[in-house]
Design a protein around this ligand. Structure first.
Ligand code: PMP
Length: 405
């Protein structure tokens, strides 16, 4: 019997499809701006020098073995990860109100958070989580997998290529009380558009008034501005104001540990007692999902986060990555506006933050870039700034100029 006769063929993941097409392209000036991973000025993956150093330390350490980690992860990692996110002075941290669990990078943190909410959140009506329109495509899939309905809230305004702040506020005010809102802590993917500090304060005001729950996804701390504290300011502000919240944390981008799958979920509770109970249930869920999280990436991050010298080196490496991306934004802006006099406004290129930029190119223009110039980007006009470097930026700017004329 053909057991799987009725299984339909699933479409390939659009980003991975783009990379595959890029690889087979033989055009000498092809550019890959689809990929969501940092590249150095030679277009190559970059192992952070601090990670290289820690690799050598770990290699020489004869006391290490290959036993299982505890179900909730390496304690030296999870506690230091909470500290770098919330800061050592955080009241929630000092009062022992945060349950921190090591996860399979940011994706695993999002999944565990969604699973935990699906089981234990006091839903006011149907199980639904509000997500920004647009958002990281995986958010929808992750929520649906655990029986939660994703509902869009307005976020990006194509007219201004910026934030639809009034749409966002309206949606916060009109949602039922105690709704769950998924927020990008910094460097919004895919738009690169973040609320300002004043706007975050207003968002927190409404969330408190309505008793909403903040589901923070923090995949780019430090990678966005080059400063770990600055990129955590929305999360810290919400924590200080007492907005109920959880945070999904990833070290894929800011430590270049994509394949190591090192991340954490932090659930902030009202009391220490609540945090202990929450952690016990997260542990039960984690056990049935993955039993124990992976060791190697957690060991790397534990060393970096708990040693002041290594921590300073890591901060320098983060700044190297963030600064290169910020410089690419500036150069692209200057090329388009001053040199090529490309029609349109391009300030958003420098105002946006993080790895991604919504260029404002429409589907036709994005497709033209791909077909005529061999520049690989998604059809929504999103580019990864990390794919630009001193060798290809002029070619890209000229191709973009032609695409919009
Ligand atoms: N959330 C967002 C918004 C992201 O952009 C990413 C990475 N693309 C992730 C979570 C998770 O990535 P990872 O699982 O590699 O940490």
């Amino acid at each position: 019997i053909d057991t799987w006769a009725s299984v339909p063929q699933a479409p390939p993941d659009s980003i991975f499809k783009l990379t595959a097409a890029y690889k087979t392209d033989t055009h000498p000036q092809k550019v890959n701006l689809g990929v969501g991973a940092y590249r150095d000025d030679n277009g190559k993956p970059w192992v952070l020098p601090v990670v290289q150093k820690v690799n050598e330390i770990l290699l020489k350490d004869t006391t290490l073995d290959h036993e299982y980690l505890p179900i909730t992860g390496l304690p030296e990692f999870t506690s230091a990860a909470a500290q770098v996110l919330f800061s050592a002075g955080s009241a929630a941290l000092k009062e022992g109100r945060i349950s921190s669990v090591q996860t399979i990078s940011g994706t695993g943190a999002n999944h565990l958070a969604a699973l935990f909410l699906a089981k234990f959140y006091q839903w006011n009506g149907p199980k639904q989580v509000f997500i920004s329109n647009p958002t990281w495509a995986n958010h929808k899939a992750i929520l649906k997998n655990v029986g939660i309905e994703p509902v869009d809230y307005p976020y990006y305004d194509p007219k201004t290529i910026g934030l639809d702040f009034s749409g966002l506020l309206n949606s916060l005010s009109s949602a039922p009380e105690r709704s769950v809102f998924l927020l990008h802590a910094c460097a919004h993917n895919p738009t690169g558009v973040d609320p300002t500090n004043e706007q975050w304060e207003k968002i927190a005001d409404v969330m408190l008034q309505k008793g909403h729950y903040a589901f923070f996804d923090c995949a780019y701390q430090g990678f966005a501005s080059g400063d770990l504290d600055r990129d955590a300011s929305a999360v810290r502000h919400f924590e200080q104001r007492g907005v109920p919240l959880l945070v999904c944390q990833s070290f894929a981008k800011n430590a270049g540990l994509y394949g190591e799958r090192v991340g954490a979920l932090h659930v902030v509770g009202a009391t220490h007692d609540a945090a202990v109970r929450v952690k016990s249930q997260l542990s039960v869920l984690q056990r049935s999902e993955i039993s124990n999280p992976p060791t190697y990436g957690a060991r790397i991050m534990a060393l970096i986060l708990n040693d002041s010298g290594l921590f300073e080196e890591w901060k320098r490496d983060i700044k190297t990555m963030a600064d290169r991306i910020i410089n690419m934004r500036k150069e692209l802006f200057v090329l388009l506006t001053d040199e090529l006099k490309t029609p349109g406004k391009w300030e958003h290129i420098v105002n946006q933050i993080g790895m991604f930029s919504f260029t404002g190119l429409n589907t036709t223009q994005s497709k033209a870039l791909l077909e005529k110039a061999h520049v690989y980007l998604t059809e929504n006009g999103r580019i990864s700034m990390a794919g630009l470097n001193s060798k290809n930026i002029r070619y890209f700017a000229e191709s973009m100029d032609q695409a919009v004329r």
